[in-house]
Write a protein that binds this ligand. Structure first.
Ligand SMILES: *Cc1c(COP(=O)(O)O)cnc(C)c1O
Length: 420
């Protein structure tokens, strides 16, 4: 699936030339491909459907990667569930047509109100990350006369060898409960009157291109499930989290969903466990790009800068995680390249989308910042009072606005000055 390709020397999204989108909707603009989003989810569904251990499996898209209603709605239509981390995300997925019985609720800081909201909606499972959270949920469920289905998020203590900010399954992480404490915590949970133990959960990190840590984590979780069974605590579903990586640059190889899932499903065969997955980045990352225009070229003594109209407020991954995004000219020129630092207009030295990129460009040219579908718009801010970009989705030859560009008035609409 290559949703973005050069045709007649111009970069297209599906059948639409990107300059057409820039003319119609201005820049910066997030551009997504419907076909690429659907293909990414289908790849998971197909592998699960083809394996006996995949029966009844639930792919819960991790909403935080890209929470646009149109994206959520497409996934809901294809039968996906959702992994949410806030009451806001719950409201969003319900507004997008999600089935609440396919929603799992992750996150270390669930409030009373969020627990009430999720219990009222009737979600599939709360992924519990601490003892006080477990006790609070028991209390809240009791007040509503309900039983809360839970899994414990266990830290298998496997090193995913990814960036420290996106590595979450180690002992030192704020996430989950320690492996060695899990048995005692499950016993505690099983004794609480308004808690129903239904599953077990782990999520070891993000952007993993080597699938072997997932298998290692699964082995540890399966050993725990056996211990729990011996203690009379039955586990019905196993949630393996998200974290499968995508190809951001040429030298990276993206494992197929089959290469990731089949070894895991083989280990699960015959156990009668319902599989739950929480992919985020993998379903949306390469289905989107950020379209931006070169404002100025600045040739300094030591460096050449391409100053563009997108910035770190639109896409923070380079500044936050050293994230790499390919930056492609929309209409490539045959000229010699120069190495440009591609920077935004924000007053921060961290405001760059790429450093020392060989580009042949002129002011006014369009650039496509690739692989921007995940943790792009979702992490965008209004820093420097910059309205967030428009989001469009291409579907064949059609372009749909799925989120309007913000106006400056909207940005300060909730603010007020003192009366005197
Ligand atoms: C962020 C997160 C995910 C999704 O991670 P990706 O790397 O985007 O697949 C899944 N589950 C939990 C608990 C998360 O925090």
């Amino acid at each position: 699936m290559t949703p973005f390709a050069l045709k007649n020397g111009v970069l297209h999204a599906e059948a639409v030339a990107l300059p057409t989108i820039a003319e119609q909707f201005d820049t910066p603009a997030y551009v997504y491909s419907r076909a690429a989003l659907e293909a990414a989810l289908r790849e998971f569904h197909d592998v699960l459907a083809a394996h006996p251990a995949g029966a009844g499996a639930l792919v819960c898209y991790a909403v935080k990667a890209n929470a646009n209603l149109a994206v959520l709605n497409l996934f809901a239509r294809l039968g996906a569930g959702f992994d949410i981390v806030s009451g806001g995300e719950l409201q969003r997925v319900l507004a997008a047509g999600a089935d609440p019985r396919k929603v799992v609720f992750s996150g270390v800081g669930k409030s009373v109100a969020e627990m009430q909201q999720a219990l009222e909606a009737g979600i599939f499972c709360f992924n519990i990350e601490s003892v006080p959270e477990l006790e609070r949920l028991n209390e809240v469920a009791g007040q509503l006369g309900k039983q809360a289905p839970i899994s414990l998020r266990v830290n298998p203590n496997v090193d995913p060898k990814t960036h420290p900010y996106i590595s979450t399954g180690l002992k030192e992480a704020k996430f989950g409960v320690a492996y060695d404490d899990a048995l005692a915590l499950y016993q505690r949970a099983a004794a609480l009157p308004h808690i129903a133990v239904t599953g077990i959960d782990c999520h070891i990190g993000s952007q993993l291109l080597d699938p072997s840590p997932f298998a290692e984590a699964l082995d540890r979780i399966l050993a725990l499930i056996d211990q729990l069974a011996a203690e009379g605590i039955a586990i019905h579903h196993i949630d393996l989290g998200g974290g499968l990586g995508i190809k951001y640059r040429e030298d990276q190889v993206q494992p197929t969903a089959a290469a990731y899932l089949n070894p895991l499903l083989d280990k699960l065969t015959g156990r009668g466990l319902r599989v739950v997955l929480e992919p985020g980045r993998r379903l949306v990352g390469n289905a989107g790009l950020l379209l931006t225009r070169v404002e100025y070229l600045k040739h300094g003594e030591a460096k050449d800068f391409a100053i563009i109209d997108a910035a770190m407020n639109d896409l923070i991954r380079p500044a936050l995680y050293d994230g790499w995004h390919d930056i492609l000219p929309v209409t490539p020129r045959p000229d010699a390249t120069r190495d440009y630092d591609v920077v935004g207009p924000i007053c921060e030295s961290g405001d760059f989308l790429g450093l020392a990129r060989p580009l042949a460009i002129e002011p006014g040219d369009l650039l496509a910042v690739m692989s921007a579908g995940a943790y792009g718009m979702a992490m965008a801010s209004n820093y420097n009072t910059r309205p967030r970009a428009v989001e469009v989705m291409v579907d064949g030859a059609a372009v749909h606005v799925i989120r309007q560009r913000e106006t400056v008035e909207q940005l300060y609409a909730g603010e007020s000055v003192l009366p005197r």
